[in-house]
Design a protein around this ligand. Structure first.
Ligand SMILES: Nc1nc2c(ncn2[C@@H]2O[C@H](COP(=O)(O)OP(=O)(O)OP(=O)(O)O)[C@@H](O)[C@H]2O)c(=O)[nH]1
Ligand SMILES: [Mg+2]
Length: 317
């Protein structure tokens, strides 16, 4: 099953940088060496085994944009599952107005050729905004962009390649492409109960993006009920884990070691990160001190077959 993902936005806004970090596991420090993308760089990324993300990284220089919107219009905008439009938070007038014109033309083209596509907007390079001002600037930009999008519903994220925000945005984006992700969450909740775990999280193997968690999405704060009082969970824990594990995997590969699994036994909690299926890793966090690490590992081993099946189901349906 193939899903087309359009990555668009002005030249220099950071499209190729984020693609190379998420899908090629390159560190942020190397992105400054990237040259401007010429025309469209297309690549296929295998995600969760059978799902293939067909990424179209569209170079953002004016001449290319003009051509996408005229001669290449039907090629670019047909069969799109998701369009991600990247805005540089530092962009000022008159470039900003021009960029918004291009953005609206892209929306028009999508309406014509892929009317069911979802649209995500990234207000990128947020690291360049002073920390105390980030929330306010993001809110202002979000309102502005929602207004520019008129009746198209969009989801806006503030992102930076230098922190976990990039993982949060991309986990949300790929989640819309995984059919039946809720079913995986339901079974993760059962698995968490079986392990007496505070929380269980499923990550995609190569990107380490979050596929599903055991937290109940209906409880708005997403904390498991009995953990709120005793162990306050960090709201950024998912994307922070993605970021940290990716950095750890990079360190392993620098030492020519392969990353397999991770166990941590701390005074407050035990965490086990291990392969769940061929394409996923699972992180089990247990605060209950009487639960042995070996028991968690055995549970993971015993759940493997079920999750292979579920994942297979969720991709064919
Ligand atoms: N400060 C900061 N710089 C970033 C961030 N993301 C990317 N950059 C830098 O922005 C520059 C341009 O990035 P690219 O990814 O090549 O931009 P692009 O959108 O692919 O540009 P085109 O291919 O010409 O359309 C690089 O020097 C990156 O290091 C970010 O989050 N923060
Ligand atoms: Mg590029």
């Amino acid at each position: 099953m193939k899903k087309k993902v359009l990555l668009m936005g002005a030249s220099g806004s950071g499209k190729t940088s984020m693609r190379s970090m998420i899908f090629s596991n390159n560190p942020a420090s190397l992105t400054s060496r990237l040259g401007a993308t010429i025309d469209v760089e297309q690549n296929h990324v295998r995600f969760l085994g059978d799902l293939i993300l067909n990424l179209w990284d569209c170079g953002g220089q004016d001449a290319f944009m003009d051509s996408y919107l005229t001669t290449q219009r039907s090629t670019i905008f047909s069969h799109v599952g998701v369009m991600i439009y990247v805005f540089d938070v530092e962009m000022r007038e008159p470039e900003m107005s021009k960029d918004l014109d291009y953005y609206q033309e892209c929306l028009g083209s999508l309406a014509q050729f892929s009317k069911d596509a979802s649209v995500f907007l990234l207000v990128h390079k947020m690291d360049l905004v002073r920390e105390g001002e980030r929330a306010a600037i993001l809110l202002k930009k979000t309102k502005e962009l929602e207004k520019e999008s008129r009746d198209v519903s969009v989801k806006v994220f503030g992102t930076s390649i230098y922190d976990e925000t990039l993982y949060k945005a991309w986990s949300n984006i790929v989640n819309t492409l995984i059919p039946n992700a809720q079913n995986l969450s339901k079974h993760l909740r059962k698995f968490a109960d079986a392990c007496s775990a505070t929380e269980v999280i499923l990550f995609e193997r190569t990107t380490f993006l979050v596929i599903a968690t055991s937290s109940n999405p209906d409880s708005s704060d997403s904390f498991p009920p009995d953990t709120v009082a005793t162990h306050a969970l960090d709201p950024k824990r998912y994307e922070r884990t993605s970021e940290l594990i990716k950095a750890f995997k990079q360190s392993c590969s620098r030492l020519r070691e392969e990353f397999h699994s991770l166990e941590m036994e701390l005074s407050e909690f035990t965490a086990v990160l291990d392969e769940m299926t061929k394409n996923t890793y699972v992180l089990v966090v247990v605060h209950n001190p009487i639960v042995e690490t070996a028991a968690i590992k055995m549970n993971i081993r015993m759940a493997r077959r079920k999750f292979e099946e579920l994942q297979g189901d969720s991709l064919v349906s």
